[in-house]
Design a protein around this ligand. Structure first.
Ligand SMILES: Cc1cc2nc3c(=O)[nH]c(=O)nc-3n(C[C@H](O)[C@H](O)[C@H](O)COP(=O)(O)OP(=O)(O)OC[C@H]3O[C@@H](n4cnc5c(N)ncnc54)[C@H](O)[C@@H]3O)c2cc1C
Length: 376
């Protein structure tokens, strides 16, 4: 079997890459280890910037299943509470399994060949690209896109990356409660040291979870129990675990391979948001691969296209190392000096960049900090 591009993984990064390439006429094969729909621990939160980007890329976002658009965000912690409101909405929450299935079917309907229950087993460099071994077959492809998530093998097999260090990962646990409802996005900032607990309502259910950067003494299972008990939920739920890579690899492509989404470690260390960066990197990868028709080098083009994305991710990671260990103080600052919380929301929904937020916030932090000393 031969194709132009083999995409490993049918999460948002893989399906968006495949859809954009297939609709432009490239022969694309997607290898997905699981059957679709598959279980994926995730809050299912699509920020306004993700929603807008998907729409700009030609996805009919109003068709995303089980969506609830949420405009009110509640920040709670250490006995304090604040509310932010963004119209028309700040985050559209979906059932993640259904969302990924919808995206994979979009890729198929645009011409991608999606092979389910098919795991990548090995890769060998050949003259015209790669020979990709998977359960039950061999595929030859000019280029390979590694969209295989946090524990993906493509980057390792292509020699682009080694494993993650613990400081490059968020650990998270979540629970899905069906037939429940809620109106607000809730962030419980004191649920985990250096992280947070959440409640994300989608249409017909709730996703509840806890997560944070690992540190000695962290006990996520206990934090989840405490979070659910704070919400008044009786026992009987089943928790799922996942990791979110935030390490922003410097090397995201080489040797006719590109890494996208979690495989490239692009998620936000503050919020754990990864779907936006999965879609964004998929767009850059697809655009780069299509440049080949004009004689360009797709890998070079992807590296160039991702440089600003990686630079931003680097700033986020650096700032997170200052802020997250002092999250209580920063939360108190946001509670007494609301413009910081408002500005962070501007970043989260895509109105400004993270560096823009940080440049703005840095100048105001000393005054805001002084306010926390005099506020009750
Ligand atoms: C608990 C939790 C909550 C989260 N909440 C949010 C949220 O609310 N909003 C948000 O934006 N982000 C959230 N994230 C992060 C988000 O889930 C990820 O950033 C996002 O899934 C990345 O998409 P991806 O396509 O890169 O990878 P994935 O979605 O992980 O997809 C990778 C795919 O590759 C497949 N695969 C892996 N290995 C192989 C192989 N060898 N062969 C073939 N296929 C393979 C997998 O089966 C999978 O389908 C959360 C993460 C966790 C763990």
């Amino acid at each position: 079997m031969r194709c132009d591009v083999a995409v490993v993984g049918a999460g948002p990064a893989g399906s968006v890459t495949a859809a954009l390439l297939a609709e432009s006429g490239l022969r694309v094969t997607v290898l997905e280890r699981e059957g679709i729909p598959r279980v994926k621990p995730c809050g299912g939160g699509l920020t306004l910037k993700t929603w807008n980007l998907l729409r700009e890329l030609g996805f009919r976002v109003e068709g995303i299943p089980r969506v609830k658009k949420i405009s009110r965000i509640r920040l709670i912690g250490w006995g304090k509470e604040g509310t932010l409101d963004r119209r028309p909405f700040a985050v559209a929450v979906t059932d993640r399994a259904k969302f990924d299935e919808w995206l994979a079917r979009e890729a198929e309907s645009r011409g991608a060949n999606v092979l389910e229950g098919t795991s990548l087993r090995g890769m060998r460099r050949i003259a015209r690209g790669w020979e990709v071994r998977f359960d039950g077959g061999i595929l030859e492809a000019d280029y390979v896109v590694g969209a295989d998530g946090a524990a993906g093998k493509t980057g390792l097999l292509a020699g682009l990356r080694s494993g993650w260090t613990t400081s490059e990962l968020i650990l998270a646990l979540d629970v899905v409660l069906q037939d429940r409802s809620g109106d607000d996005l809730v962030f419980k900032m004191d649920a985990v040291d250096g992280g947070y607990g959440w409640v994300f309502p989608f249409d017909g259910g709730l996703n509840i979870g806890v997560g944070g950067i690992p540190h000695p003494g962290m006990d996520l299972a206990r934090a989840l129990r405490a979070h659910l008990s704070w919400l008044g939920e009786p026992d009987g739920w089943e928790a799922r675990g996942g990791v979110i890579p935030v390490g922003a690899r410097r090397v995201v492509a080489g040797n006719r391979v590109m890494l996208v989404g979690d495989a490239a470690g692009l998620a936000d260390p503050f919020t754990g948001e990864g779907i936006y960066y999965a879609v964004l990197s998929a767009e850059v990868a697809a655009r780069s691969l299509l440049r080949r028709r004009g004689g360009g080098d797709p890998v070079r083009s992807y590296v160039d296209g991702m440089s600003s994305v990686l630079e931003e991710a680097g700033v986020r990671l650096k700032v997170s190392k200052i802020v997250l260990p002092r999250i209580r103080k920063f939360f108190e600052i946001m509670m007494v000096y609301r413009p910081i919380a408002e500005k962070f929301t501007d970043y989260a929904i895509g109105k400004i960049s993270f560096s823009g937020f940080w440049r703005w916030a840095k100048r105001r932090l000393p005054l805001a900090w002084l306010k926390t000393l005099v506020s009750p």
